[in-house]
Write a protein that binds this ligand. Structure first.
Ligand SMILES: NC(=O)c1ccc[n+]([C@@H]2O[C@H](COP(=O)([O-])OP(=O)(O)OC[C@H]3O[C@@H](n4cnc5c(N)ncnc54)[C@H](OP(=O)(O)O)[C@@H]3O)[C@@H](O)[C@H]2O)c1
Length: 353
């Protein structure tokens, strides 16, 4: 039987082939015995909505990516009601169903952040779905750009650990991440040794593209675009209806050809806290993502999810056009003060465009 390969799949396949060819994996590059053409995953539980997310081009990587990505983080948080008045993490079986449903709706971008327990979940899910080569995998290496020689060994180790957890021999993207408190001694952005390490990992065929994204002030992003924008392929920036400073930064990122991945559409749920999402405020998460996607300089909006209902709701943002009433609802939401100390950095530097 002839298998039909979607345009999205064929582009991932061809970029993967080029990558393999470049690094001399001959048989695989020729398409022999690779799982690339094996349409092995299926999501029987996915409601057949027939709707699929749209795609954008991720800056100079040239990759065609789903405009909504599924983030990490949430795999590690105990946020799923456990039926005994407590909470638990999503199980791997649940992750399999969520990732399969996302892929059925066109998602081809999976992110993971820092925690080891988080990174093990999507890797195991992809293995069970036999779908590693059908998605773009992005890892984030945290606190490893201090401008000291030891950065290199830390980045190698961090990457090797994540390759094991993702059960893969390469990742598509590796993003360097810091918080502002990590590196004042090096003027915040001394990436010299980190770049050396990334170059070596690229030569070894372990990573394809590189990027950066941090809990930093917007001005420091501008500085980084200037100093390092020619080297990196991608940047990752917080952006939501309340924290809109990204609007000032995106033109500068695009000038350097950087792909833009935005994070924090819900400030990790803080913008949704205490809202009646099943009642009058139903559809708010979808609208929050639709707001981010209205900005055509954004390439991917990445969100964390805990349940399959959240997956369906969030992905529907791709075909949601905001009405005036919904826009007014978002405007009201944007006035919500976020008191959680964890997000003080967002409240201080990122409030307005
Ligand atoms: N250092 C870095 O570079 C960095 C930092 C942050 C994030 N990231 C990346 O960005 C991804 C997104 O994380 P984020 O911090 O930006 O979080 P976010 O996407 O703003 O919020 C995710 C949380 O919102 C809630 N949520 C999601 N969809 C929902 C829905 N439909 N209805 C109700 N609640 C919903 C869930 O929490 P509940 O289930 O608890 O409600 C979920 O855990 C991360 O997973 C990670 O990959 C990277």
């Amino acid at each position: 039987m002839v298998k039909h390969i979607s345009k999205q799949e064929s582009e991932i396949i061809s970029t993967r082939r080029e990558f393999l060819k470049q690094f001399g994996f001959g048989a695989a590059a020729a398409g022999m015995a690779t799982p690339l053409l094996d349409n092995a995953y299926s999501a029987p539980e996915q409601k057949a909505t027939g709707r699929r997310v749209k795609y954008r081009v991720l800056g100079k990587t040239g990759l065609r990516v789903s405009e909504i990505g599924i983030g990490g983080h949430s795999w590690a948080y105990k946020q799923v009601p456990d039926g005994q008045e407590g909470f638990r993490r999503p199980t791997v079986n649940e992750a399999v169903r969520m990732i399969a449903a996302s892929m059925d709706m066109g998602v081809n971008f999976l992110d993971s952040c820092t925690a080891l327990e988080e990174s093990s979940v999507p890797g195991e899910a992809l293995k069970r779905l036999k779908a590693r080569d059908k998605v773009i995998v992005s890892i984030r290496v945290s606190h490893k750009m201090k401008g000291v020689k030891a950065d290199k060994q830390e980045i190698y180790k961090w990457t090797e650990d994540r390759l094991k957890l993702w059960q893969t021999d390469y990742v598509d993207m590796c993003l360097l991440c810091n918080t502002e408190n990590d590196t004042p001694q090096s003027g915040y952005w001394d990436m010299s040794y980190s770049i050396e390490a990334l170059d070596k990992l690229k030569q070894q065929g372990k990573i394809r593209f590189t990027g950066f994204g941090c809990h930093f002030r917007p001005e420091l992003f501008l500085e980084a675009f200037d100093k390092f924008g020619d080297y990196f392929d991608i940047c990752s920036i917080p952006y939501n209806v309340r924290h809109r400073a990204a609007e000032k930064l995106l033109p500068a990122a695009k000038k350097k050809g950087l792909g833009v991945i935005t994070i924090k559409p819900f400030v990790r749920g803080a913008l949704l806290k205490d809202r009646d999402l099943k009642g009058t405020e139903a559809g708010l998460p979808r609208d929050l993502i639709a707001f981010v996607l209205e900005n055509k300089l954004v390439d991917i909006c990445t969100c964390g999810v805990h349940t399959i209902e959240q997956v369906r709701e969030n992905l529907s943002a791709s075909w949601t056009k905001l009405s005036e009433v919904r826009r007014q609802r978002l405007k009201k939401l944007a006035a919500t003060f976020i008191g959680d100390r964890e997000y003080a950095w967002l409240e201080q530097g990122w409030l307005y465009a």
